[in-house]
Design a protein around this ligand. Structure first.
Ligand SMILES: Nc1nc2c(c(=O)[nH]1)N[C@H]1C(S)=C(S)[C@@H](COP(=O)(O)OP(=O)(O)OC[C@H]3O[C@@H](n4cnc5c(N)ncnc54)[C@H](O)[C@@H]3O)O[C@H]1N2
Ligand code: MOO
Ligand SMILES: [Mg+2]
Length: 404
């Protein structure tokens, strides 16, 4: 059994990102991975503008202004957002300005409306603002031609806002990986089928499709493949020919119907991992083909999900071209219950993280922590990690928790 960290290293060192790119419009870029670093020809802000509603003025004219001895200025124009100023300020002059309005020449400060009293085309100023006050200087947030967004990041709402603001409308992103998913098992049926004795619904297929979709990759489901060497071999051949990554569940342990590893070898796959010291998920199998990676996940529903979160997700992110935050996020938390470890395998127990007064607390999901129990996984958001060699952790101890 390979230690978890070693398995993670082997997987991440083996996976090489796909290099195919495509150009997409802003409307379709959500969740995609940026393939080329972006810069813009525009400064941001594009021009000096006001951050407040008030008056644009020359600070030198106001150096003596106080609440008792206000200074009166002539208002020479009004500058709402979107209308360029027409005049240069002379000594003793101000321009009425609104948030986002462009500063007139010679103005070097903004007096907020609350510090003024208007009377027709004159305004009394009751404060002495320093130069630069409430001015958003051209290029102070971003200077044209500087790096704006690096390649390898996932594009979310902030990045879309930035690309839109900087008029980047055609964006080079990585083409998403094709991921084939299938379930192996004679006992499996689809959700709409009548269950006969001994049968079980193939839930893994649905969970894995959802997880793959969430990464931005393109899942293709081959459905349920019976435990028949020929059928499984055919499915794997088809999958590795047509996809960048394959995820199967079931058939990776030591039972008489567990064919996956031997078929992978028969087809020329290089088995990199076939057993990891993790609970749940021990028989995780990872193999490579010249143009495809293969994850044989254990059939137990929780084992399939835990091994996806711990190993497949970082692999899929790297394959997709992501370069940041590949590995899971671990935090420290105080456990609210006693936690039992397996001793020989790094144990992952599902539950919830709660934040109170700035401290993290881990609350173990109630009910059985069997890898066959998918029911109490619902609404969990974290996995407590019990290291190898530890059989029990007392309530209130600080533990490592993986966020899911
Ligand atoms: N003698 C040993 N037996 C087992 C070992 C072992 O080391 N020695 N390892 C156990 C561990 S740990 C796991 S995990 C499982 C993994 O088994 P397989 O990957 O071979 O999976 P199957 O045998 O096909 O199925 C296991 C279990 O999961 C259910 N299953 C399978 N596919 C699905 C699906 N798509 N959706 C829902 N449930 C599924 C299946 O009915 C079985 O109950 O092996 C242990 N055995
Ligand atoms: O590794 Mo298995 O996943 O313990 O049930
Ligand atoms: Mg089995």
């Amino acid at each position: 059994m390979l230690p978890v960290e070693d398995a993670e290293k082997i997987i991440l060192n083996t996976i090489q990102p796909l290099t195919k790119t495509e150009t997409v419009g802003l409307e379709a870029v959500t969740g995609r991975i940026l393939a080329t670093a972006v810069s813009s020809e525009l400064d941001y802000p594009h021009e000096d503008n006001s951050a407040m509603d008030g008056y644009a003025a020359r600070s030198i004219d106001l150096s003596a202004a106080t609440s008792d001895r206000p200074v009166t200025l002539d208002i020479i124009e009004e500058i709402p957002a979107g209308v360029p100023p027409r005049h240069r300020l002379q000594s003793g002059q101000a321009a009425r300005i609104f948030t986002g309005g462009i500063l007139p020449l010679e103005a070097d400060t903004i007096v907020i409306q609350e510090d003024t009293q208007r009377n027709g085309d004159k305004v009394k100023i009751f404060s002495s603002p320093p130069p630069g006050q409430f001015i958003r200087k051209q290029g102070s947030f971003y200077q044209a031609k500087q790096p704006l967004l690096p390649s390898g990041i996932k594009i979310g709402a902030p990045e879309i806002a930035i690309l839109a603001a900087m008029q980047c409308r055609e964006i080079s992103v990585y083409s998403p990986p094709q991921v084939t998913i299938f379930s192996s098992g004679n006992e499996l049926v689809n959700p709409h089928e009548t269950l006969q004795r001994g049968q079980l619904v193939d839930s893994n297929q649905y969970a894995l499709k959802a997880l793959v979709q969430a990464t931005g990759a393109m899942p293709v489901s081959l459905g349920i493949i019976r435990d028949d060497r020929k059928l499984i071999k055919g499915a794997i051949e088809e999958a590795i020919a047509n996809s960048n990554l394959v995820i199967s569940t079931g058939g990776v342990s030591v039972g008489d119907y567990d064919y996956i590893e031997s078929i992978l070898t028969e087809l020329g796959g290089e088995i990199k991992i076939n057993s990891v010291a993790i609970k749940p998920g021990k028989p995780l199998t990872f193999a490579t083909f010249p143009n495809c990676y293969y994850f044989g996940l254990p059939g137990n529903p929780v084992s399939a999900l835990v091994t996806f979160w711990r190993f497949v997700l970082p692999a899929l992110k790297k394959l997709s071209g992501e370069t940041q935050n590949l590995t899971p996020t671990f935090i420290k938390a105080k456990t609210e219950q006693e936690l039992k470890g397996n001793g020989k395998r790094e144990t992952y127990l599902w539950g919830n993280i709660r934040i109170e007064d700035g401290n993290h607390y881990f609350n173990l999901a109630g009910g059985s922590h069997s890898s066959g129990n998918l029911i109490n996984l619902s609404q969990t958001n974290a996995l407590a990690v019990i290291p190898v060699g530890i059989n029990s952790i007392s309530s209130q101890e600080i533990i490592d928790v993986m966020m899911i």
